[in-house]
Write a protein that binds this ligand. Structure first.
Ligand code: HEM
Length: 552
C-alpha cells in the first residue's frame, strides 16, 4: 500500500520536475539567442496536447503569458494569422516549449541564409520520418546521400520533358473542358477534383508512360477495387500522416471506415506494384530507349551500380521512395495550386478578363501547338500561378533542424542558436508582409508580378516580363540548393491548363438561392481561406467550390 502511495505521489512529481527542467533549459537557450521569446508550456507535437490543444485553446489562452505561444503551437496558425503575430513579436522569434524550441522566421535575408546553408540546417526530422514511409528519397536525405540522389533525380525533370508535359496537359485540359460543358449540372462540384485529375494524369504519362483518360479524381473507397500505381500513390500521399504512423493491418480492420481500409490495402500493395513497374522497365530497357522518368531513373541508377557510366546509383529502396515522392509531391502541389487559382479567377472576374486579354492576343496569333513559341509569351498566366502560390503556398512553412550550435546573423546582430531546435521559414507571413508586397498584400492581384516598362514603347501583350521577387521573400518552390526540381514542370503544366480553360470558357460562381454574385464570390473567397494541410495545403471542402463553366 505504501509502495502504491509513494508511486502515485512520486510519479507525477518526477514528471512535473522533468517538465519544469526541460522548459527552463529550453527557455534559457532561447534567451541566450537574444531573439524574442514566446512560451508554450506543452510540447506542440506531444500526446495528449496534440488532441486537446484545438478544443481547449480558449481555456489555455487564459494564461496571458502563454497566449501567443499557444497560438503558435497550433498547426496552420501562420496561414490564419498571416503577418500580425510577427509584426508584434518580431520578424524572427523563438517558441519555447518543453520538447524542442521552434524558431519562426519571416525575415527574407535570414530565410535565404537558412535555405542556402543546407549542411547546417538539414531536413526536418518529422518530414524525414513521414516522407520515408515508402522508401528513403531525395527529400528525406541529407549530406552526401542527398547530393548522390539529387544528381540522379534532377536530370529527369529537365527542359526535355516540358514539351511532353505541354502536349499531355493540353490534351487532358481539353477533355476536361468538354466534360464540364457537356454535364447537365455543369460538373458544378467537380472543378477541384477535375484539376487534380489532370495533374495525376500528366504525371502518369510523363512519369511512367501510362496514359489515363480524363475523369474527375475520386479517392477510391473500395478495398477490393483494382488500383493502378498512381491511384495507390495518390491515396497514400493524401493520407500520408496516417500511412506513416498507423500500421496497415490496423487500417484494414473491418471496423475502420472504408477509406481507411482501402488505404491499408493500398499500403500493402504499393511495394508489389512498384516492383512490377521496375521489372517492366528493365525488361524493355535494352531495346528502345524510353523517355519517362521511371525508365531514366532505373537506367541511370543501374548504370551506376555496374560502373558503366558513373559512380552514382540508387538502392532499390531509394528508387521506390523517389518514385513515390515524384508522384505524390508532383501531383498534389500542382493539382491544388490549379484548384486555388481557378477559384480565385472565378471569384474575381476582372483577373479572368486580364488573363484572357493575353490569351486572345497570343493564342490568336500562334494557337496552342508550339510549346517553345507560346509558353514564354504567357506571362500573365504564369503571374497567376505566382500570385496563387504567394497567397496559397503549397508549403505554408519550410522546416529545417538545428543539431549543432549555430551563430546566425540577423540584421546587424549575431544570434546563437542552441539545439535541439527546429527552424521554420514562415512562407505565409513572408509572402504577405506589407513592407515587401505593399498595403494590398492580402489581395489577389496577379499584375504585381508583371513588369510594366516605365519608358519606351508600351509593353505588348505576349512580351511582358515577370518580376523577380526579393530574395527570400517568395519561397513558393523553396530556394537554395534544395529548391524544388519540379518548378519548371509545374509551371508548364499550370500555364497550359489556365490557357486551355480560359481561352475556351468563362468560369463564375454558382448562385445559391437568394445569393447575389457578390455574396457568391465572397463565399468562394471564404472557401479559399478554409484550407487544411494534408501532404500540402488544400481545400477543406473541395465540393463546396461550386463553379459554372460557360463556353466563351
Ligand atoms: C506547384 C507545384 C509545386 C510546388 C509549389 C512545389 C514546392 C516544393 C517545395 C516548397 C519544396 C521544398 C520542400 C522542403 O524543402 O522541405 C519542394 C521540393 C521538391 N519537389 Fe516540388 N513543388 C511543386 C511541384 C513539383 C513537381 C511537379 C515535382 C516532380 C514531379 C516536384 C518534386 C520535388 C522534389 C523531388 C523535391 C525535393 C527536393 C530536395 O529536397 O532536394 N515538385 N517542392
Amino acid at each position: 500500500m505504501n509502495y502504491l502511495a509513494t508511486f502515485l505521489i512520486a510519479g507525477p512529481l518526477l514528471w512535473l520536475l522533468n517538465w519544469a527542467w526541460a522548459l527552463y533549459r529550453n527557455y534559457r537557450n532561447a534567451k541566450l539567442s537574444g531573439l524574442p521569446v514566446l512560451i508554450c508550456p506543452f510540447s506542440p507535437d506531444g500526446f495528449p496536447y496534440l488532441i486537446i490543444k484545438v478544443p481547449l485553446k480558449p481555456l489555455l489562452e487564459l494564461i496571458p503569458i502563454c497566449r501567443p505561444g499557444i497560438q503558435v503551437s497550433i498547426m496552420g496558425w501562420e496561414h490564419a494569422d498571416r503577418y500580425t503575430l510577427h509584426e508584434k513579436y518580431g520578424r524572427v522569434f523563438i517558441l519555447v516549449n518543453p520538447a524542442r524550441n521552434e524558431m519562426w522566421c519571416a525575415d527574407p535575408d535570414t530565410a535565404q541564409l537558412i535555405l542556402a546553408r543546407r549542411r547546417e540546417f538539414p531536413q526536418l526530422d518529422m518530414a524525414t520520418t513521414i516522407m520515408s514511409t515508402f522508401g528513403k528519397n531525395v527529400i528525406t536525405a541529407n549530406g552526401e546521400d542527398w547530393g548522390r540522389q539529387r544528381r540522379i533525380v534532377v536530370p529527369n525533370l529537365n527542359e526535355r520533358i516540358s514539351e511532353a508535359v505541354w502536349t499531355e496537359t493540353s490534351h487532358q485540359a481539353n477533355k476536361m473542358v468538354e466534360y464540364m460543358l457537356q454535364r447537365p449540372d455543369n460538373g458544378e462540384a467537380e472543378s477541384v477534383s477535375s484539376l487534380r485529375a489532370i495533374a495525376i494524369n500528366v504525371l502518369s504519362l510523363v512519369g511512367y508512360g501510362q496514359p489515363k483518360p480524363f475523369k474527375p479524381q475520386k479517392l477510391c473507397q473500395d478495398p477490393t477495387a483494382v488500383m493502378s500505381y498512381t491511384d495507390v500513390v495518390s491515396l497514400c500521399g493524401e493520407l500520408i500522416v496516417l500511412a506513416a504512423f498507423v500500421p496497415s493491418w490496423i487500417l484494414r480492420l473491418s471496423i475502420m471506415p472504408k477509406l481507411l481500409q482501402t488505404l491499408g490495402v493500398a499500403m500493402e500493395r504499393l511495394p508489389t506494384l512498384t516492383a512490377e513497374m521496375l521489372d517492366e522497365q528493365r525488361a524493355h530497357s535494352d531495346g528502345h530507349q524510353r523517355d519517362h522518368f521511371v525508365s531514366q531513373l532505373v537506367r541511370l541508377s543501374d548504370a551506376g551500380k555496374t560502373g558503366e557510366t558513373t559512380a552514382q546509383y540508387l538502392t532499390e529502396e531509394e528508387i521506390a521512395g523517389n518514385l513515390f515522392l515524384f508522384t505524390a509531391a508532383g501531383f498534389d502541389t500542382t493539382g491544388n495550386t490549379l484548384g486555388f487559382a481557378v477559384t480565385w479567377l472565378a471569384a474575381q472576374p476582372e483577373w479572368q478578363r486580364w488573363t484572357q486579354e493575353e490569351l486572345d492576343c497570343v493564342l490568336g496569333k500562334h494557337g496552342m501547338h508550339d510549346y517553345a513559341t507560346v509558353f514564354p509569351k504567357l506571362t500573365r498566366c504564369l503571374a497567376v500561378m505566382y500570385e496563387t502560390l504567394r497567397l496559397n503556398p503549397a508549403a505554408t512553412h519550410i522546416g529545417r533542424t538545428v543539431h549543432e550550435p549555430i551563430s546566425l546573423t540577423i540584421g546587424d546582430k549575431q544570434h546563437l542558436l542552441q539545439p535541439p531546435l527546429t527552424a521554420y521559414i514562415n512562407n505565409s507571413t513572408l509572402h504577405t508582409l506589407p513592407e515587401i508586397w505593399g498595403s494590398d498584400s492580402l489581395e489577389f492581384r496577379p499584375s504585381r508580378w508583371i513588369i510594366t516598362p516605365s519608358s519606351g514603347p508600351p509593353s505588348q501583350l505576349g512580351d511582358e516580363k515577370l518580376v523577380t521577387p526579393q530574395k527570400g521573400a517568395f519561397n513558393g518552390w523553396s530556394g537554395g540548393p534544395r529548391v524544388c526540381p519540379g518548378q519548371k514542370m509545374s509551371q508548364v503544366e499550370f500555364v497550359t491548363v489556365i490557357a486551355t480553360v480560359f481561352s475556351k470558357c468563362n468560369i463564375e460562381p454558382i448562385l445559391r438561392e437568394g445569393e447575389t454574385m457578390e455574396s457568391a464570390s465572397g463565399h468562394l473567397m471564404h472557401m479559399i481561406q478554409d484550407t487544411q494541410m494534408r501532404l500540402t495545403m488544400q481545400f477543406k471542402h473541395p465540393r463546396e467550390v461550386r463553379l459554372k463553366w460557360r463556353k466563351r
